[in-house]
Ligand binder design. Structure first.
Ligand code: GDP
Ligand code: MG
Length: 330
């Protein structure tokens, strides 16, 4: 990319130019140093126009029906007059990988809508890197006028926490028959979820879905800390598009109530504060790793720790002292 006119790019995406929007997201996803500076300049211009959307996180195991659900849910939101952006967080995805292509075809009906924008996950990154870019992509799509932002992640562990930390409302999609899995249900994930949705409540699976609702309601009550309200559990069929309207209204109502009570502002403020510190942490580690003096000592320190010659604590202290003593650029 040639040097970018960020003012023009900002004006373009604010004016509804979809190519400008796609370019802006590519820019915030780039790891090149010159792009980073431009991305930050762009974000500074967009920030006053962002923050006004409902930010929803959706997670669930592969095959549970996330793509099918997001399409149905997205179409419902569009029918209610909203504009919907879908961003994916998937640190495991490879460039041109099957899951992305699969999703694009699966959400074809949503993708065709003027009021929708679907962006697959940037490939080949660490979770921290993907999470940072996704937070920035949220700001970009908001500035472009999307007022419902859906952040999708595959339920494989840490990525749920990262997503829950950037959204207003976190929805966990589950399959019927998961009752067997209930024993192993991760406490942490249920605590993150504002709503549990049992999908595939149709055909032969319907009775199992209803049992799963009862089982999860029970589990959610047991797992919740006593002071907190248990997350609701509902059953839907994404495929037959049953229960989607009711779900949309209930989510929209919950977020509106959160906004009215000031809870939303508090949640976002706490998220911003946590993001600040995670950025500081990432930035410090980057500085540390790129420090020549540290690099000169680190390999030996690592070898000594691995062989048991010195403790990790002592080695870390030595490495950090080396870092602190380096001469600062003027
Ligand atoms: N019976 C039934 N099948 C569904 C439902 N939702 C999704 N599926 C099917 O489950 C499979 C995986 O769906 P997909 O949306 O790709 O799941 P993802 O991997 O979580 O994105 C596909 O074959 C879907 O047609 C549903 O509500 N009922
Ligand atoms: Mg999918």
């Amino acid at each position: 990319m040639a040097p970018i006119d960020v003012k023009k790019l900002a004006a373009g995406l604010r004016g509804g130019d979809r190519r400008a929007l796609a370019r802006a997201i590519t820019l915030v996803e780039s790891t090149r140093a010159d792009h980073r500076a431009e991305a930050e300049a762009l974000l500074a211009l967009l920030l006053p126009h962002s923050g006004k959307s409902m930010r929803l996180g959706i997670s669930g195991a592969p095959g549970v029906g996330k793509s099918t659900f997001i399409e149905a849910f997205g179409l419902t939101a569009i029918a209610a007059g909203h504009r919907v952006a879908v961003l994916a967080v998937d640190p495991s995805s490879k460039r041109g990988g099957g899951s992305i292509l699969g999703d694009k075809t699966r959400m074809a009906e949503l993708a065709r809508q003027d009021g929708a924008f679907i962006r697959p996950s940037p490939a080949g990154r660490t979770l921290g890197g993907v999470a940072r870019r996704t937070r920035e992509a949220i700001l970009v799509v908001e500035a472009a006028g999307f007022d419902v932002v859906i952040v999708e992640t595959v339920g494989v562990g840490q990525s749920e926490t990262a997503v829950a930390d950037m959204v207003d409302f976190f929805l966990l999609l589950l399959a019927p028959g998961a009752g067997d899995e209930l024993q192993g249900i991760k406490k942490g994930i249920v605590e993150l979820a504002d709503l549990l949705v049992i999908n595939k409540a149709d055909g032969d699976l319907e009775p199992a879905a209803m049992r799963a609702v009862a089982d999860y309601r029970h589990a959610v009550r047991l797992l919740r800390p006593p002071a907190e309200e248990a997350a609701a559990v509902v059953a839907i069929s994404a495929l037959e598009r049953r229960g989607i309207d009711a779900l949309w209204h209930s989510v929209a109502r919950r977020i509106a109530a959160l906004r009215a009570s000031g809870g939303l502002e508090l949640r976002r403020a706490a998220q911003a504060h946590a993001h600040l510190w995670s950025e500081i942490g990432d930035g410090l580690i980057e500085l540390f790793r790129s420090d020549a003096k540290v690099a000169a000592r680190l390999a030996r320190l690592e070898a000594q720790v691995v062989s048991g010659a010195i403790s990790p604590t002592a080695a870390a202290k030595t490495a950090l002292q080396t870092f602190r003593r380096r001469p600062r650029p003027a």
